[in-house]
Unconditional design. Structure first.
Length: 117
């Protein structure tokens, strides 16, 4: 599967997972000058910024390993911009990493809540 299509498939699977678990999807592929956030979801008083990492097959390192400290910093800056521009100042914030393996056949999803602060 083409890399871009693999990533998009992973994001769709993760959105479905969060919806099934009572979250509202507020935004997908939110972009600003600091970067991009794959999915923004909300449940009760918590805004969840979700970084989706999709791999066609298992490797020696996890998909979460690709969310480096530099990537985390870009996600935090982007999240601050999202919060500010959408007036979510009184909400709790959480950063999740969603690992998706084999999205085209028998997908496995691993959600890591509070992956970083």
């Amino acid at each position: 599967m083409e890399k871009r299509l693999t990533g998009k498939t992973g994001e769709i699977l993760v959105c479905r997972h969060y919806l099934k678990n009572g979250y509202a999807i507020l935004d997908t592929n939110y972009r600003c000058r600091f970067g991009e956030i794959d999915i923004v979801a909300k449940k009760e008083d918590t805004i969840v910024f979700i970084e989706v990492k999709t791999r066609e097959k298992q490797t020696d390192y996890t998909a979460k390993d690709a969310v480096t400290p530099a990537k985390q910093q870009r996600l935090k800056s982007t999240a601050l911009m999202y919060i500010s521009s959408n007036k979510f100042d009184d909400e709790f914030v959480r950063f999740d990493v969603a690992e998706v393996y084999s999205p085209s056949s028998n997908p496995t999803i691993n959600i890591i809540e509070n992956a970083f602060e």
